[in-house]
Design a protein around this ligand. Structure first.
Ligand SMILES: NC(=O)c1ccc[n+]([C@@H]2O[C@H](COP(=O)([O-])OP(=O)(O)OC[C@H]3O[C@@H](n4cnc5c(N)ncnc54)[C@H](O)[C@@H]3O)[C@@H](O)[C@H]2O)c1
Length: 338
């Protein structure tokens, strides 16, 4: 039985990955600063530890074949643009110690979760620009703080591969979303934040949108993300690969889709004082298709339906919303229609 460590197993992607690895029959150790927020972990062993400390990384990597390194200090655009110093320091400590600990422990394979934030800003200054190809990350001008750290940690991961023979995999996630993701408190990403706002607002009310709503993004549903992680891990590809959807949408378009799912009409109030990130960002999946013969395929409407339904039911369960639904269109109805 393969023994696996998931670092960041208390987080959104890490928790889903633990569930998948358990279904595949692996023995899984989860490590994180915190337990998963919404569900008990299915990991065989779950350790609470601060992976900024080398001793914690050494303990976490003991006796495992594979490491999935997903632990990071991160959040949505509001969060990652507010705390450059602390976030960069935290993440570089985690990544450098995790690599060294994995090397010393004789780990067979090491997965590193990078981000679309490594791509240069000049390639993302207009909503309709070309999708981002892996080779375009260098020459570098990534997102301040979070993106610079991700890019350097990618390099560091590659150096460990080249000089110590660690068998590495590197994936650049593009806006992963879905059930069991944070939807309030400041670390939430756009899809969850918008689902949350739509679930709470009265039909005919208004919601605040960060920026002018014309910025574009692609959003990748969590099941596709986990499938991509597993496929890349089992591949022989040591170079960074995008894992993202290539279905591009404006932020206003994202709101319209969720509003339709919610069965509500809302006015959009654009707040230009809020951080909105790059103007346009999409995942080029040419390399992914070439090497894996696969790319994410869940449509935005399907993924958002499932996400909205989950957030809506959470809010009803905790008493934030009335128990009798007034205008929620069921996610299943949507899925049957598409
Ligand atoms: N979700 C996305 O859209 C997205 C996009 C690009 C990259 N990523 C990357 O994927 C990985 C997982 O992202 P996620 O969405 O699950 O984020 P998340 O915030 O839900 O999970 C990250 C986990 O890391 C843990 N962590 C932070 N500092 C730690 C420390 N010092 N010691 C131990 N654990 C610590 C957190 O407690 C959290 O549970 C991260 O590396 C993130 O940068 C995610």
């Amino acid at each position: 039985m393969r023994k696996v460590l998931v670092a960041g197993a208390g987080g959104f992607i890490g928790h889903h990955l633990v569930n998948r690895l358990k279904r595949e029959g692996c023995w899984v150790r989860g490590v994180d600063l915190k337990l998963p927020m919404f569900q008990k972990s299915s990991a065989d062993e779950f350790e609470l530890a601060d992976l900024r400390l080398f001793e914690s990384c050494a303990r976490a990597t003991r006796g495992v074949d594979d490491v999935y390194q997903l632990a990071a200090d991160m959040g949505g655009i509001g969060y990652i643009t507010a705390y450059h110093a602390a976030l960069s320091r935290n993440n570089i400590l985690i990544n450098s110690h995790m690599l060294e600990a994995a090397r010393l422990a004789g780990v067979r394979r090491y997965f590193y979760s990078s981000s679309a934030c490594v791509y240069p800003s000049q390639l993302q200054h207009a909503p309709e620009l070309q999708a981002l190809r892996e080779a375009e990350a260098i020459p570098a001008d990534p997102e301040k703080g979070y993106g610079w750290e991700k890019l350097f940690a990618e390099q560091l991961t590659s150096y460990f591969g080249e000089e110590y023979g660690l068998d590495v995999r590197i994936v650049r996630f593009h806006n992963i979303y879905g059930p069991l993701g944070t939807y309030d408190g400041g670390r939430e990403k756009a899809p969850a934040a918008i689902c949350y706002k739509l679930a709470k607002v009265e039909d005919g009310g208004s919601i605040e949108i960060w920026g002018d709503g014309r910025q574009t993004r692609s959003f990748c549903y969590i099941d596709d993300c986990i499938e991509g992680v597993r496929r890349v891990m089992e591949s022989g590809i040591t170079q960074p690969l995008n894992v993202g959807s290539s279905e591009i949408v404006t932020v206003d378009g994202l709101v319209d889709t969720v509003a339709e799912i919610a069965g509500k009409h809302v006015a959009k109030v654009h707040d230009m004082s809020r951080p909105q990130g790059v103007r346009g960002r999409n995942s080029d999946n040419t390399a992914l298709l070439r090497v894996l013969g696969w790319e994410p395929s869940t449509s935005l409407e399907q993924g958002l339906s499932l996400t909205y339904e989950w957030i809506y039911s959470r809010l009803r369960a905790d008493g934030t919303l009335p128990t009798e639904p007034t205008s929620c269109r069921s996610a299943l109805t949507t899925l049957n229609r598409t």
